[in-house]
Ligand binder design. Sequence first.
Ligand code: DAH
Length: 350
Amino acid sequence: MDLSQLSTVLTEINSEFDQRIAEASTLSVIDQLKSDFVGKKGRVALLYRQLGQIEASLRPSAGELINAVRDRIEATIEDLYPAVRRAERSKTIASDVNDPTSVILRSYQGSGRIHPVTRTRMELEDIFVGMGFSVEEGPEAESEWYNFEALNIPKFHPARDGQDSFYLDLDGDDQVVLRTHTSPVQIRVMQSQTPPIYAVMPGRVYRRDTADARHTIGFHQIEGLVVDKGITFGHLASTIETFTKAYFGPDMNARLRPAYFPFTEPSAEFEVTCTICRGKGCRTCSGTGWIELGGCGMVHPNVLRAAGLDPEVFSGFAFGFGIDRLTQMRDEIADMRILTENDLRYMRSI
Ligand code: DAH
């Protein structure tokens, strides 16, 4: 090889390098170029190894020619690094969107659920909204007046006994209790709306019970209230029947049995076909084929009056039942306490 041949090769190397570096936009491509051209086994290293083929007197000049190309390639690469590094970083940052919810959803996938009682409440709301009812809420800490008096539950009625209610130790004229049922929301709805009223009122209630397989001290009820002109017991019965079929299925029935509640007259307990035996009779329903779900009746004139409505003009019906009890029936839960114990074996099974 002579000097002119060498410089032809070097020109080739230079132009090839220029071509490839113009297309290089990532660090890994540039690293590859570096090793291809000026690395230990690269094109330039190969030329150094061929120096021996050049006449001895020409070797220093040959060496200088190669050095110049090597230095140029190395300098070009070094100059390029910072810009490419910066471009790569901003690309990573742009794709690595900092959305904390996505991290949470990813890491908790499959382990979060809606609580079964909440699910029942949502299903009930859906059904009643489909029947034209609105969904209302009231406070969990209530005055005695709303929780009892306005509902025609006089002083000294057993339901007011300290045994059943949690009283809050607050200063004030009015005694405040944790509501023992959702019925006080009826009063609030009648005070804030003018008939026609078609409302359901779900929520948490509290009783000083001893927790056992069928009772917890905090549970949930859903209350229903219809007030309009000309509302009859027939409307109540057909509403309960329509709801029962919508919630449990078309082969399920509801029946009403005479009962007593202070806030309705007449009053009834409503029962639905036993979900376990489908009406044939089993241990759960004590062989009757029916399971008691809640209470209902025609709103007592005293209750309408307490809420500021004239019982000569308006009539209405109300009903109330336990959401936890419904969940227990649907999911065949043996012991209600499991609903609040956060036992992971149960939580994962629902
Ligand atoms: N408040 C009653 C309870 O907690 C349930 C109830 C019965 C609600 C009859 C009503 C009703 O609206 O009409 O046991």
